[in-house]
Write a protein that binds this ligand. Structure first.
Ligand code: SAM
Length: 226
């Protein structure tokens, strides 16, 4: 069952109505969405799921993408309520559902692309792992996951400024650069496809097929888990 306990998009509920404005102020406006679109690549004819879609800011950018199916899921009705008019205004047809990343209401193999943007750091450790297993299940065998979230800060200055974020349990693994290792553990092969602002990382991951015990998947660019 989906757990509807969640950390709101802007951390505090009273900020939810201002989520889009705050995001833009923090540098997650148009340039960031363009970065995400590049990470996603071509989506025409694909079944696409946005997990933790929030106010639908990314979905609204997919008007040119011509996906076969577009679904956004989020546990927060107040975020979804902002998504509906935005998608209508953008002329984007998408199904919006209330639900949690770790309990998707879809049969196995329902999507060609699962994307999640700035949501993963809202999950605690066990839920992160359960969500990755669930996304792998919902992906078609040749599907792809695009995970965009905080990673290890790229340089010493960012590390010095951002280290307090690592004190929060939900963000700690992100800041330690553990996302590739978590993806690997969940049965994905992943590679970094972009960085935004030195601290947000875009990872593209594909479900790993069974290989000989101990074999490293071809094309894996992952280092040893830290
Ligand atoms: C920082 S916002 C990002 C929203 C949107 N993806 C974006 O890029 O603007 C994080 C979102 O994750 C959602 N969220 C929190 N816990 C979740 C969970 N367990 N499953 C799915 N989404 C969740 C929040 O409701 C919120 O909408």
């Amino acid at each position: 069952m989906p757990s509807h306990h969640f950390i709101p998009g802007a951390r505090f509920r009273f900020l939810t109505p201002s989520y889009d404005r705050l995001s833009r102020l923090m540098g997650f406006g148009e340039r960031f969405r363009a970065f995400e679109l590049r990470a996603l690549g071509a989506l025409d004819g694909k079944r696409v799921l946005d997990v933790g879609c929030g106010t639908g800011a990314l979905l609204a950018e997919l008007r040119e993408a011509k996906p076969a199916r577009l679904v956004g899921i989020d546990p927060d009705p107040a975020m979804l309520a902002q998504a509906e008019p935005k998608l209508r205004a953008a002329g984007v047809t998408a199904e919006l559902l209330r639900g949690s990343a770790d309990a998707l209401p879809f049969p196995d193999g329902s999507f060609d692309v699962v994307v999640s943007s700035l949501m993963f750091h809202h999950l605690d450790g066990p839920t992160k792992r359960a969500a990755l297993r669930e996304w792998r299940r919902a992906l078609a065998p040749r599907g792809a996951l695009v995970l965009v979230d905080f990673g290890a800060p790229r340089n010493a200055m960012l590390r010095a400024v951002l280290w307090p974020l690592g004190l929060f349990e939900h963000v700690a693994e992100n800041m330690r650069g553990r996302l590739p290792a978590l993806l690997e553990e969940a049965g994905f092969t992943c590679s970094e496809v972009g960085r935004y602002g030195g601290v947000v990382v875009a990872l593209a991951a594909t479900p790993r097929t069974l290989t000989a015990p101990g074999a490293r998947p071809a094309g894996s660019r992952l280092g040893a888990p830290r």
